[in-house]
Design a protein around this ligand. Structure first.
Ligand code: LHQ
Length: 263
């Protein structure tokens, strides 16, 4: 598959997608969205893939929507930007959330606009200490999209979400970690190795259970306690039907490490 704007690598159970327009801080274009669709379809169809890592090439993670695309030009005010959310961003976010495996995001530099919110929609976010998170939208008269108005208040609470959105100030990776916006930040020179090791480790775990965990935890935001208990029961049934559950219990009894296959 020939790709111009992203890189896709699949090895040792891990798929790595690298946003690859470093001269534009990996800003999203229509072409990049089309390539991301292709890559995610391949990943979803490849039974060997048990974890996904998303990162960016160069000094930024992603500056969000490419502002030089025609859709974003003030002269094209009649163009419906909602169409781009419908066709490009929203399906991408939904696909990542629905992927039945862990999605790790390694934020290597600035993550702005939809680039920030793509990162925040991933399951585990690890960032370089020099990276930053910017809800850039207010600076150009827009509202946070790509899931931002959903993920931000859930991750950091309404007070911080509101100020992050309205003030559009850069949030350092260290502050993002303190706030619980991300899992953790690490020294810049360790990011790549740590993110790879973390994703590889996840790829050796009980993939079915991790995929079901993800479903349960994201569903909790809109569920009552009672409905969530019912959901846990249903998903636990599925988890307990896996080969990995049998292996996990057998390994425990035999006092040896479990070897999970993802089945
Ligand atoms: C860029 C961009 C960029 C093009 C840097 N586009 N070139 C989706 C679709 C539908 C509706 C609307 O909303 C959306 C979602 C969105 O994402 S809207 C929000 C779009 N993003 C932004 O508003 C962020 C714009 N970028 C910035 O504010 C800065 O570039 C940040 C703070 C990210 C980084 O600042 P610096 O580190 O100082 O880098 P820089 O500004 O010098 O950028 C480097 C180059 O990248 C530069 O090009 P040049 O030719 O001068 O070297 C920028 O023009 C280019 N670039 N972001 N989004």
């Amino acid at each position: 598959m020939k790709l111009n704007t992203i890189l896709l690598d699949i090895a040792e159970g891990v798929a790595t997608v690298t946003l690859n327009r470093p001269e534009r801080l990996n800003a999203f274009t229509g072409e990049m969205h089309a390539e991301l669709r292709q890559a995610l379809a391949m990943i979803a169809a490849d039974a060997s893939v048990r974890a996904l890592l998303i990162t960016g090439a160069g000094r930024g993670f992603s500056a969000g929507q490419d502002l030089s695309e025609r859709m974003m030009s003030p002269a094209a005010a009649k163009v419906d930007v909602g169409d781009s959310l419908d066709k490009n961003y929203n399906p991408l976010l939904k696909r990542l959330r629905a992927l039945p495996m862990p999605v790790v995001c390694a934020v290597n530099g600035v993550a702005a606009g939809a680039g920030c919110n793509l990162a925040l929609a991933c399951d585990i976010v690890i960032a370089a200490r020099s990276a930053s998170f910017l809800q850039a939208f207010a600076r150009i008269g827009l509202i946070p999209d790509a899931g931002g108005t959903y993920t931000l208040p859930r991750l950091i609470g309404t007070a911080r979400a509101m100020a992050a959105a309205m003030l559009a100030e850069q949030i350092s990776a260290e502050r993002a970690e303190q706030w619980g916006l991300i899992w953790k930040c690490v020294d810049d020179d360790k990011l790549s190795d740590e993110a790879r090791a973390l994703t590889r480790r996840l790829a050796t775990q009980a993939t079915k259970a991790l995929g079901l965990m993800k479903r349960a935890i994201y569903a909790s935001a809109a569920n009552t306690f009672e409905r969530q208990l019912d959901l846990e029961r249903d998903l636990q049934r599925e988890a307990a039907n896996s080969e990995d559950f049998r292996e996990g219990v057998t390994a425990f009894k035999e006092k040896r490490p479990a070897t999970f296959t993802g089945r």
